[in-house]
Design a protein around this ligand. Structure first.
Ligand SMILES: [Zn+2]
Ligand SMILES: [Zn+2]
Length: 106
């Protein structure tokens, strides 16, 4: 593939010159999204993350209550809050521990 060849962006479906695409480092492969689409996607991602961080309450998947986000564990790895509130999470972990202990005793 030479520099003048074209490639269709998988995001906006426009056919653009390959120079409009990011080359994946260390490989001959080219990113399926064009540069403008990558920028838009990155911006949308960070906006969503910022929204999650500033949200005041969150609905617990276990007890169904809308609780302040301080009541949830922050999962740094996934960049979001845990779906269970702290009390539900603690109860879940205690229950799990009890089940494991019971299973071990058998
Ligand atoms: Zn595009
Ligand atoms: Zn809960």
């Amino acid at each position: 593939m030479n520099e003048r060849s074209k490639k269709k962006c998988r995001c906006c479906r426009k056919t653009l010159p390959v120079v409009q695409f990011h080359r994946l480092e260390g490989t001959a492969a080219i990113h399926p999204f064009c540069r403008p689409c990558l920028v838009t996607a990155a911006r949308r991602r960070s906006a969503r993350r910022a929204g999650q961080r500033t949200a005041k309450t969150r609905c617990c998947a276990q007890c169904g209550q809308d609780l302040p986000v301080q009541m949830f564990h922050w999962l740094r790895a996934s960049g979001s809050f845990h779906s269970y509130c702290r009390p539900c999470h603690a109860a879940y972990m205690a229950e799990r521990y009890r089940r494991l202990q019971a299973a071990r005793r058998k």
